[in-house]
Design a protein around this ligand. Structure first.
Ligand SMILES: *[C@@H]1O[C@H](CO)[C@@H](O)[C@H](O)[C@H]1NC(C)=O
Ligand SMILES: *[C@@H]1O[C@H](CO)[C@@H](O)[C@H](O)[C@H]1NC(C)=O
Ligand SMILES: *[C@@H]1O[C@H](CO)[C@@H](O)[C@H](O)[C@H]1NC(C)=O
Ligand SMILES: *[C@@H]1O[C@H](CO)[C@@H](O)[C@H](O)[C@H]1NC(C)=O
Length: 395
């Protein structure tokens, strides 16, 4: 009897889905728990995001400096991107928080709690994403005319292929040319980087990033993948933003063809169709409403909610206010982003940025939990950049 009801319910769902779109889910917070800072105490790091590789989380970060624990000062040079691992709790999974015995250093008072990053040798710190040869790469992107090539990842690597021992993943990174905090080339091109990793017995060995195509998306084109991505049903779905960062576009490509530009398709949000016509960055017919609140965030698929989810920052709101939007399909319809959680701010040049969801830290590999881990960057006027880790349980 029970089995029959279950089967009937499954059939109803199967038949219903192509006709009626599933209702959007709207998760709400039940509780928020601060778990510690995510840090390698030997490094001061900005803007980290994570992806799951095996049982561990792999993090890529932006500007990183060696932190001198004696003087409490950062040491030059500034490395524009670095990477590191964090461990999961054996058997049960979830981030392996050190409650005691942490090393004193950046964002670590030596007593804990911290989620310790590792995998770097502070004596040979180098860019995780190699800087192109025409971007002052012999001086870490700093040019003799006082400008800088800030090759900063806005999203962690997107895994398109994985086996028990190895993975392939991709990043689309803007070729930002800056002077101070001014972006000199707002119509920047985007480089495609491939990350590969094969498991070894040395826990410290990091994956390798290779520059595949220096200008994969050309100057003035939409930087699909930079705003985030989700791999589902054989496709990589890739999000990009318009010129004013107030409109999101989506492209898709079969996971095996990421390096082939002609294999990409683009979504037209007016005709509701995919085609090989690349929309202009100022085209409003291709903008998918509400796919992100404009600031940095994370797209992922929640198996618990059977829904695509975006969590991140609102444009022009540089504080730790986390917004959420959800959709039954990668291209939408996305619900109007609403405020989910307010984290604590730093006291630096802004309160917080690089707001991230971290499904990589969940015990399941497919976000089957009714909750999510959040991180953000707190800049402090007198101290290192801090990456707090919070677990949100949903109602
Ligand atoms: C985490 O960072 C905050 C902000 O700087 C700091 O007050 C706190 O002591 C840090 N936690 C640990 C365990 O070091
Ligand atoms: C898009 O609009 C911006 C701002 O108006 C302009 O500077 C840029 O050249 C336009 N890009 C394209 C490809 O039309
Ligand atoms: C984005 O902002 C610009 C400038 O304020 C405005 O003209 C444009 O209509 C906005 N685009 C969208 C898709 O909302
Ligand atoms: C999207 O579809 C609309 C309606 O069919 C059309 O007017 C528009 O030109 C299309 N945009 C692109 C980029 O193909």
């Amino acid at each position: 009897m029970f089995n029959h009801i279950l089967l009937a319910a499954c059939l109803a769902q199967t038949y219903a889905s192509p006709l009626t779109p599933r209702a959007a889910v709207t998760p709400q917070v039940k509780s928020a728990t601060y778990l510690g800072n995510v840090t390698d105490p030997a490094l001061d790091r900005d803007s980290c995001g994570s992806v799951r590789i095996g049982t561990r989380a792999f993090w890529t970060c932006r500007d990183t400096m060696v932190y001198n624990t004696q003087s409490g000062q950062d040491q030059l040079p500034i490395i524009v991107s670095t990477a590191g691992w964090t461990d999961a709790v054996a058997n049960t999974g979830g981030p392996a928080i050190k409650t005691t015995g942490g090393t004193v250093g950046a964002a670590s008072n030596g007593k804990g709690p911290i989620l310790q990053m590792y995998g770097n040798n502070v004596n040979s710190l180098k860019e995780y994403f190699p800087i192109a040869s025409d971007n002052c790469n012999t001086n870490h992107g700093f040019c003799s005319d006082g400008t800088r090539w800030a090759i900063w990842p806005d999203s962690p690597p997107l895994i398109t292929k994985s086996s028990p021992k190895s993975i392939t993943a991709y990043n689309w990174i803007p070729r930002a040319h800056i002077q101070g905090l001014t972006l000199l080339n707002p119509s920047q091109a985007y480089s495609l980087y491939r990350t590969t990793y094969t498991g070894t017995s040395n826990k410290n060995t990091l994956p390798t990033a290779t520059l595949v195509t220096t200008e994969f998306w050309k100057a003035g084109e939409i930087g699909f993948g930079d705003y985030g991505g989700v791999v589902k049903n054989g496709y990589a779905y890739l999000y990009g933003q318009n010129f004013n960062h107030n409109g999101t576009f989506i492209a898709r490509v079969p996971t095996g063809s990421v390096e082939t530009r002609s294999a990409y398709q683009f979504y037209n949000a007016t005709s509701l169709t995919w085609s090989s016509t690349l929309p202009s960055i100022n085209d409003t017919t291709a903008v998918i409403p509400n796919a992100g609140a404009g600031g940095q965030g994370t797209f992922y698929y929640s198996n618990y909610y059977k829904s695509y989810i975006w969590i991140g920052q609102a444009a022009l709101e540089p504080v730790a206010n986390f917004y959420i939007s959800t959709a039954p399909a990668p291209e939408g319809p996305w619900v109007l982003p609403y405020k989910l959680f307010q984290g604590t701010n730093g006291d630096g040049f802004v309160g917080a940025y690089s707001l991230q969801a971290n499904p990589a830290l969940l015990p399941s590999t497919d976000a089957s939990e009714n909750g999510i881990y959040l991180t953000w960057t707190q800049p402090w006027s007198t101290g290192p950049y801090v990456t707090p880790l919070v677990y949100l349980a949903f109602q």
